[in-house]
Design a protein around this ligand. Structure first.
Ligand code: ITT
Length: 194
């Protein structure tokens, strides 16, 4: 069976991608190649961070691999928090504080348009590719829903009335930024990766 390393130790992400890939490929987590370190993410862009992570693992461990990075880009905030989404309110990766800060920054703004963007970087022996997934929507004024994570309670995707945190996980995982980027990666792997 074909296999490829995913530069993450986030079990949830591995399961999500493995589910879309089905039985044709096996996704190998970093723990299985003996990589337990914090991979640097020092780029100023989402694309840059995904690429940096994939190259880091490819060069150090000599394996074909892919990595992802995601951010929430808010129109009225010139694309912020963007690449800083996880640490918007400070270094603690505190989801609740990040949402509170976002709602405060948007207070009184005319536009509440936003988009989630996921970029997946694939680095193999002879190729380098980027796959992007974007979902547009609106930031509402108060949290709604208990599901998901991060900014989900305040993000309503276009065409829906529920926030990502209110809708069933299966629905979010079918329409989300991450799902869109992942489907592109999977299609590429199925067609080109031998
Ligand atoms: P790893 O690097 O360990 O994989 P991370 O927390 O940095 O995990 P991401 O790069 O995927 O995760 O996302 C960065 C931040 O963007 C994340 O901490 C959330 O605040 C937000 N985010 C990402 N995907 C999201 C989603 O589907 N719903 C809500 N918020 C999300």
């Amino acid at each position: 069976m074909k296999s490829i390393v995913f530069a993450t130790n986030n079990k949830h992400k591995i399961e999500e991608i493995q589910a879309i890939l089905g039985g044709a490929f096996r996704i190998i987590p970093l723990s299985e190649i003996g990589c337990n370190e914090d991979i640097p993410e020092t780029s100023q862009t989402i694309e840059g961070n995904a690429t940096q992570k994939a190259y880091y693992v490819n060069e150090k461990y000599k394996v074909d691999c892919f990595a992802d990075d995601t951010g929430l880009e808010v129109e009225a905030l010139d694309g912020q928090p963007g690449v800083k989404s996880a640490r918007y309110a400070g270094p603690g990766h505190d989801f609740d504080a990040n949402v509170t800060k976002l709602l405060k920054e948007l207070n009184g703004q005319l536009s509440r348009r936003a988009r989630f963007k996921t970029v997946i970087s694939l680095v193999t022996e002879d190729n380098e590719m980027l796959f992007e997934g974007i979902i547009n929507g609106t930031i509402i004024t108060e949290r709604r829903g208990k599901g998901g994570f991060g900014y989900d309670p305040v993000f309503v995707p276009d065409g829906y009335n529920q926030t990502f945190a209110e809708m069933p996980a299966e629905l979010k995982n079918t329409i989300s930024h991450r799902a869109l980027a992942t489907k592109k990666l999977v299609k590429y792997l199925q067609e080109h990766y031998k």
